[in-house]
Design a protein around this ligand. Structure first.
Ligand SMILES: C[S@@+](CC[C@H](N)C(=O)[O-])C[C@H]1O[C@@H](n2cnc3c(N)ncnc32)[C@H](O)[C@@H]1O
Length: 361
């Protein structure tokens, strides 16, 4: 990814330094060479990491069950789902297939907001069977024509570019990226925006000296747009993260930024630029609090494991265990399902936030 490195280096030379947020945005989303805009597998066994949709199609089928319940309670005869960041399209496929096969629901408009053209292409081919129900849209267009819908973002917020900040001897500093002849270097300087201090004050976040925090201002802007795109409906945000009283404990002294490259985790965003994923934990307190400001009331915030169990995960497991088929594939699907609730696995870290926008009278 030499070209992307050069492009970033030129930008740094032009501005003397760029914020870590802008670096991360280019590393992940640059149209020519950003991680999510380059060919090659990202998600799954041949990629860099798994998402819940990859672990088992039961994840999507349980969400479909929930969406069908919402559909039954609403007045309109079509169900509109808007998925942000659909990755390979696998989750959309599982949801649409379950709605049709288990609930005979074909009156579905499934809209996808996907900034990566490479991923859009993959999604199109994966969802060929449902091409009459699926379309790709920009969030801005949806904001112009708000509707009743369910928004879904699975492991999207953690992939948004973040500012990184810390206090140094009583002074707030932001992380920038500078350049030497051979490498990118971290540079701590005055914050690029007042919003960083405003965020820390709004949530009374107290950090130890030199403790690094990631601040996801993009997530807040995205949530506001989601709300603007809804006349009424629901927002499902599923992601790795926590409430702020856990997230900013001194034990997270270096923050929560992580990189994934071929299923290995590292903490160096300057290595394998454009070839590795960069992610940070989601601050659900911020989404809950700003959500209220934007008209989204939190109706549920829970561990993903508890949420899936409530929707019938254990019944699904029992069905699989009854399956007399003892081949490797069946064994693997049983094993994969356990990842959703066995302590120490993803079940401890993933959360589900459900927000509701009520109809205006
Ligand atoms: C980690 S992948 C998650 C994929 C998928 N949701 C899944 O569960 O397998 C992150 C996805 O979010 C997309 N994304 C990044 N920024 C976005 C934004 N502002 N709006 C919508 N999608 C975005 C990426 O292109 C990618 O498809």
């Amino acid at each position: 990814m030499q070209d992307l490195k050069k492009k970033i280096a030129h930008k740094i030379i032009a501005f003397s330094k760029i914020t870590f947020r802008d670096f991360m945005e280019m590393a992940l989303y640059d149209p020519e060479g950003g991680y999510y805009n380059s060919e090659g597998e990202k998600i799954g066994a041949k990629g860099d990491y798994y998402t819940s949709a990859n672990l088992s199609q039961i994840f999507g089928s349980l969400l479909a069950k929930q969406f069908f319940e919402i559909y039954q309670a609403q007045a309109t005869d079509r169900l509109r789902i808007i998925e942000l960041g659909a990755g390979t399209g696998l989750l959309a496929l599982d949801i649409l297939s379950t709605l049709e096969n288990d609930y005979s629901l074909t009156e579905v408009d499934y809209l996808i907001v996907e900034p990566s053209q490479v991923l859009r292409k993959k999604q199109r081919s994966k969802l060929e069977k449902f091409k009459n129900r699926v379309d790709w849209v920009d969030l801005e267009e949806l904001v112009k024509k708000p509707t009743e819908a369910i928004f879904l973002a699975n492991e999207v917020i953690d992939a948004l570019p973040v500012h990184r900040a810390c206090w140094q001897k009583g002074k707030l500093k932001e992380l920038y990226v500078g350049n030497t002849e051979t490498s990118f270097t971290p540079v701590w300087d005055e914050p690029s925006t007042k919003e960083i201090l405003q965020f820390l004050k709004r949530f009374d976040i107290v950090l130890a000296d030199q403790q690094v925090i990631e601040i996801n201002l993009d997530a807040i802007k995205l949530l506001q747009k989601i709300s603007q795109a809804l006349t009424s409906g629901y927002v499902f945000i599923i992601d790795y993260g926590d409430l702020n009283d856990h997230l900013y404990l001194p034990e997270h002294k270096d923050g929560t930024l992580r990189c994934f490259y071929k299923h290995r985790v590292n903490s160096d965003p300057f290595s394998c630029i454009g070839e590795q994923d960069i992610t940070s934990d989601v601050d659900f307190s911020a989404l809950i609090d700003y959500g209220l400001e934007f008209g989204l009331e939190t109706i549920r915030f829970t561990r993903q494991a508890d949420y899936l169990i409530k929707l019938g995960l254990l019944d699904k497991l029992e069905e699989l265990l009854k399956d007399s088929n003892q081949d490797l594939k069946s064994f693997k699907s049983r094993l994969a399902l356990k990842n959703f609730f066995v302590p120490g696995g993803i079940s401890d870290h993933f959360k589900v936030l459900i927000q509701k926008k009520a109809k205006k009278d």
